[in-house]
Design a protein around this ligand. Structure first.
Ligand SMILES: *Cc1c(COP(=O)(O)O)cnc(C)c1O
Ligand SMILES: [Zn+2]
Length: 413
């Protein structure tokens, strides 16, 4: 079933058919929402038709996606998504919360949330016969594109800032993508990727530019719906904490919940709380000022994955919080490091941008924005193994001892 009707601009609301545009609105550069044939989907499917599908991956939601699943099977691309949902009891008690869940996106094939977007974009590239997919990336989007592309033999070119954490650069290289490090920041790499796609006829995956990335990211909302909302009868609204850089994850989550609501499968929208690093807070600043004008910043934060001067999906990211009765909050780099250490103590290893969402929950509790009986879900968007240098800053050094019992005794004291 082909359910892709076309696109609608998030700025001017102009609608386009599927072959008219590829990336953003030609009139104003606005991000495009993918339009699905909701009434055809309603006629064809009940929720059980989706939740009874066998795939333990985001492909269980293929009927609600604008791409088909690549024909190979059993590749990493086919296992993106369907990440575990934990219930960390001790953490909940220490925070004074009755119901706390943590969804660990570090468990994706390349260890970040970005696999969701890259799996869908690579599937789209296959469908339109693109020879090469290019992306700019602070690291994770590139690693995800490189990994998903390698899985099905697609060529990929990655433009990343030369300052990206070494583990992320290693992933890019190991997955066999053509890796070019840019002596500049993410925003400059972004513009170069757009230009290169135009110049060389490549397909561009850039976050918040290619409308299919949000379609991939929305699958996390479907999973929260299936793993939690269909299971628990909440009498209070679920609040979801997610870190925000370009704003494509939060807008993708919003799109997913809107799709479910439009299908009539979701009554109450979860509240979306976007968390930014203090040093990279363009969306949070616009939210606080109650304006849709997003002013670029000079980003500086330890959380490299959300270090963004100009959020490329800022408007939709802003609306995701506004339209769900959510908020934006900011946290300091110190709070992010503390969050890494606290999550580690319940068995979850997060990279700085992943732990940012949890740091945001603590800030929200301090500010009295969350009640003890509010159900809360925190997304960890990336694995701590992505940035070991930052992780080491979150803990004190291990002592080095002589290999004797007496030295061990002394060290244990
Ligand atoms: C990309 C990324 C984010 C932020 O996603 P945006 O769409 O840029 O807001 C958060 N955490 C991690 C680990 C990421 O890789
Ligand atoms: Zn427009």
């Amino acid at each position: 079933m082909n359910t892709l009707l076309g696109y609608r601009c998030s700025v001017c609301q102009a609608e386009y058919n599927p072959t008219q545009v590829q990336y953003t609105c030609p009139r104003d550069g606005g991000n495009l929402d993918v339009l699905l044939d909701i009434s055809a989907l309603q006629r064809a499917y009940q929720p059980e038709d989706i939740t009874s599908r066998p795939q333990a991956s985001l492909w269980r939601y293929q009927p609600l996606l604008p791409v088909s699943e690549p024909q190979e099977s059993g590749t990493p691309l086919h296992s993106a998504g369907w990440t575990p949902l934990y219930r960390p009891e001790r953490l909940a008690v220490s925070l004074g919360l009755r119901q706390l869940w943590l969804k660990d996106e570090g468990r994706n094939p390349t260890a970040s949330f970005k696999d969701r977007a890259s799996a869908i974009v690579v599937a789209r590239a296959r469908q339109i016969g693109a020879k090469v997919v290019v992306t700019a990336s602070t690291g994770n989007a590139g690693a995800a594109l490189a990994g998903m592309a390698a899985a099905i033999g697609q060529r990929a070119v990655i433009l990343a800032p030369r300052t990206a954490p070494p583990a992320k650069i290693a992933q890019l290289l190991i997955y066999g993508a053509q890796v070019i490090l840019v002596d500049g920041n993410y925003d400059q790499a972004f513009d170069l990727a757009v230009e290169s796609a135009r110049e060389f006829g490549w397909y561009c995956r850039n976050t918040g530019y290619n409308p299919f990335t949000a379609e991939g990211k929305k699958t996390a909302a479907f999973e929260i719906w299936e793993q939690l909302l269909l299971e628990e009868a909440f009498d209070r609204t679920l609040t979801i904490f997610v870190s925000v850089g370009d704003g494509n994850i939060i807008s993708g989550l919003h799109k997913g919940f809107k799709d479910l609501r439009d299908l009539g499968w979701l009554n109450t929208m979860p509240r979306l709380f976007g968390i930014q690093a203090e040093g990279s807070a363009a969306v949070a600043t616009a939210f606080a000022a109650n304006t849709e004008t997003i002013t670029p910043v000079q980003a500086h934060t330890i959380a490299d994955s959300i270090s963004v001067d100009l959020p490329r999906d800022g408007l939709r990211a802003l609306r995701a919080a506004q339209q769900t009765n959510g908020r934006y909050l900011t946290v300091s780099d110190d709070e992010i490091l503390t969050a890494i250490a606290e999550l580690g103590k319940v068995g979850i290893f997060a990279e700085p941008a992943g732990a940012t969402a949890y740091a945001g929950l603590k800030a929200a509790l301090r500010q009295g924005l969350i009640a003890s009986d509010d159900p809360v879900l925190v997304l960890n968007t990336g694995s701590g193994l992505k940035d070991v240098r930052a992780a080491m800053q979150a803990v004190s050094q291990a002592p080095v001892i002589e290999p004797t019992l007496s030295a061990l005794r002394a060290a244990l004291r």
